[in-house]
Design a protein around this ligand. Structure first.
Ligand code: GRF
Length: 228
């Protein structure tokens, strides 16, 4: 793993974050890193959309930013190649998708195999894709949640690393439910990145291991009391 030396000469995992919009998960990573609970270096933030709030959040935190605007490319492959080049110039150890709203090519996902995480607002494998909160309410589920997973070629289909559960309340609408899920996202994503950086969380042969123990299909369960 490539590492850089911090001022205290502690090795730091190089983390690069991809966003498309608001960047509240990015903010959770920035806050955890700044408070000293997330011992990584946030080397860059890349957005596929110019002018989004997440880019402002990165700039305010003094993190280098880049835009690789997908609308300027005539196909997915060319966009992914440009994105890959931009990412690799920062030599990250881990690529973190935080609200990055693009379908990725197989070639791209292979390149970052075992070193790219995504966060998805559902208890995967349930509700891959969009509008997860609406779909949970329509189905009448009693429980919803969020998953952090390693990225593979299958959209929202890579092995789950961590999950946090959120009860569905009788007066929930999609907005209220989304807010409570988002609160959990902001807890579990910094934790997942920290555990990856510490070498505790790994994907080997398509399976996720935590402290060398293989995890089941729901990953490592995060209860309401766990915190970074
Ligand atoms: C989050 O709900 C995340 O799970 C999903 O997109 C949303 C991004 O939110 N993939 P933000 O940009 O981090 O605020």
């Amino acid at each position: 793993m490539t590492v850089t030396q911090s001022a205290s000469s502690q090795p730091r995992t190089r983390v690069l974050v991809l966003i498309s919009g608001n960047g509240s998960n990015l903010q959770a990573l920035i806050d955890a890193q700044r408070s000293g609970t997330l011992p990584v270096e946030l080397v860059a933030v890349i957005s596929n959309r110019p002018g989004v709030k997440g880019l402002q959040r990165a700039e305010s935190a003094g993190i280098p930013t880049e835009v690789v605007d997908h609308t300027l490319f005539d196909n997915r492959d060319n966009f992914d190649q440009a994105l890959q080049q931009t990412i690799d110039a920062y030599a990250p150890d881990l690529v973190v998708l935080a609200g990055f709203m693009r379908i990725l090519t197989e070639r791209f996902t292979h390149h970052y195999h075992g070193r790219m995480l995504n966060i998805h607002p559902s208890l995967l494998p349930k509700y891959q894709g969009l509008n997860t909160h609406e779909r949970v309410l329509q189905a009448g589920d009693a429980e919803h949640g969020v998953s952090v997973h390693f990225v593979t070629a299958e959209l929202d289909g890579g092995p789950v690393a961590l999950q946090a559960r959120v009860p569905v309340l009788p007066d929930d609408d999609a907005n209220r439910l989304a807010q409570r899920v988002l609160q959990q996202e902001h807890r579990i994503y910094p934790l997942a990145v920290k555990w990856f950086a510490q070498g505790r969380l790994r994907m080997v042969d398509g399976r996720v291991f935590m402290d060398s123990e293989p995890l089941g299909p729901s990953g490592y369960p995060i209860d309401n009391h766990a915190s970074i």
